[in-house]
Design a protein around this ligand. Sequence first.
Ligand SMILES: NC(=O)c1ccc[n+]([C@@H]2O[C@H](COP(=O)([O-])OP(=O)(O)OC[C@H]3O[C@@H](n4cnc5c(N)ncnc54)[C@H](OP(=O)(O)O)[C@@H]3O)[C@@H](O)[C@H]2O)c1
Length: 287
Amino acid sequence: MSSIASRLFSVANRTVLITGGGRGIGSMLAQGYYEAGANVIVTSRTEDSLKETMDTILKNSPSQSMEVTPSLSYVVSDVSTREGCEKLASDIGPLLPDGRLDVLINNAGNAWGEPLERESGKMNWGWDKVLDLNLKGVFYLSRACLPYMKQGGETMDRYDPSRIINVGSVVGLMPQDAPTHAYDVSKAGVHHLTKKLSGDLAPYNITVNALAPGFVPSRMTEGLKSYTTFDDIAKNTPLQRLGDGDDMTGACIYLSSRAGSYVTGVILNVDGGTIGASKIPLSFEED
Ligand SMILES: NC(=O)c1ccc[n+]([C@@H]2O[C@H](COP(=O)([O-])OP(=O)(O)OC[C@H]3O[C@@H](n4cnc5c(N)ncnc54)[C@H](OP(=O)(O)O)[C@@H]3O)[C@@H](O)[C@H]2O)c1
């Protein structure tokens, strides 16, 4: 890295907790942060998938190619309940160098789609399952990790705040054309909670931002195949492709480094222009 890039974008030696790190976007972020020299802790409910993430990361990052050898560990957790979030916070304590957590990435999420007109209301149209994890879990885990993140007194460095990054979504900004009511609303809630917490936590030198990804192939997006194809999603994205791990990692590293240290309360769309570059259509094809 050139010296300006390493000064502004380094996350080396920072300690990062990534929820939902067993697959999908969470494991992509874990790979990126580890390669960049951060100490990474991944967490999810399934121990096997966490071990698989760790094996893949170590295989892809030979230690001789790294300037520092960061630590990589996992903790099994369920972040859909207050008790699960508090247990995770307590379990990571011994893994934190100097007791400090530099970056918390609230990435774990689930989705549910069920037509509005369905009479059974099976799974409560997803409301409890989705809000418990996607929204309430973000609040409870952020709160439980504050003792490791708050800065004050002589240790406070206004150029090196602690960071919370909440993974929202484009669908929290514009509803998608699928019956995912609870999911879309949960992500709008994540964005608003991000702004709310950013004001609360600025005095403690903690930035709180949200990443709003567009479509990134993962187990979660497999569910969308009953409504569309990945080719169609890519064609209808202004930048004409889907997102990937580098897109997500680049944005999160920006928000975690010196470069992003003056940014808080922001929803960062990383979506190929789905939200920002779309136009209201004014001419319509005849049927
Ligand atoms: N992929 C996209 O296109 C896209 C777009 C916008 C936003 N997002 C958001 O990005 C985040 C990651 O999505 P993804 O596509 O990577 O999904 P994914 O492949 O389904 O991965 C979800 C991760 O969350 C974990 N998880 C689920 N329930 C959990 C719980 N109760 N406690 C702890 N961990 C739990 C899963 O592991 P276990 O099941 O083993 O616990 C898994 O590791 C989500 O917040 C999603 O809403 C994704």
